[in-house]
Ligand binder design. Sequence first.
Ligand code: SAM
Length: 284
Amino acid sequence: MSFDERRVPGRVKEVTSLSNPLIKDLKALVMKKHRDRERVFMAEGLKLVLDALDAGWAIRTLVYAKAGRGNATVEKAAARAVAQGGLVLEVSEKVLSAITRRDNPQMVVGVFEQRYRDLKDIRAAQDDVWVALDRVRDPGNLGTIIRTVDAVGARGVILVGECTDPYSIETVRATMGSLFAVPLARANEETFLAWRQRFAGLVVGTHLKGWVDYRTVNYSSGPVLLFMGNEQQGLPERLAEACDRLVRIPQAGRADSLNLAVATGVMLYEIRRAALPAASEKMQ
Ligand code: SAM
């Protein structure tokens, strides 16, 4: 029986046993192959679940701890899940710990449908900034980058090649809710390079061998695609050659490079400052 077939939507079910098949399905979401098969992911915390519902994300299952019974906000979230045809489970803390693999789990967990934008539908407008990540490996880096993209008002993230899963529990945690605000697309190298040919703007790659200081580039002539390299290998030659500019962030000291998420943050704030002084003034 599949995940979907086991779900009886539209009513609250009380579950205390770890061997309940519904709970086994939820625990299995820790594995990428199960998330991929069901095309869902888990978001922890009442605030995050409400933010996701407000942003129009489709909920499949809402799980809350017994302690949440009678809490008006939890009950409202449960009612919204039911209204969408979602399943609502009231569980013991032990079950919630097992689902989230945390000793002190949040009171509410939501299982939402994954979303990816189709790369071919992405057409950048004048002030848009997109970030492309080549084979990003670390969930913390990816989550931090999604959060930073949200903070600077960039348009979204394109995952190029074999990347860490943006919908893993670690990445979702690291986005601190920004996942629900930042469009994601994914593509293999070929598809990305074909799309890049049609990108009517500046493609800026960051590279330790880049000879242009990142502060000297004019980012204000149209949309910008910022391309960041893999944590271990950086941007491979083929992808570096597809960039209009290869820039370097100067460094003093002994470190041979910056952390990927930090370098992305430095670049995004510079691009925003240079291209949109008015917008960066509005940032609070
Ligand atoms: N050993 C890798 C290399 O040789 O490229 C280091 C990669 S670095 C940890 C990960 C990514 O962060 C790089 O591919 C680049 O996109 C960006 N990055 C880190 N430090 C940078 C710097 N000083 N200038 C430009 N980009 C940098």
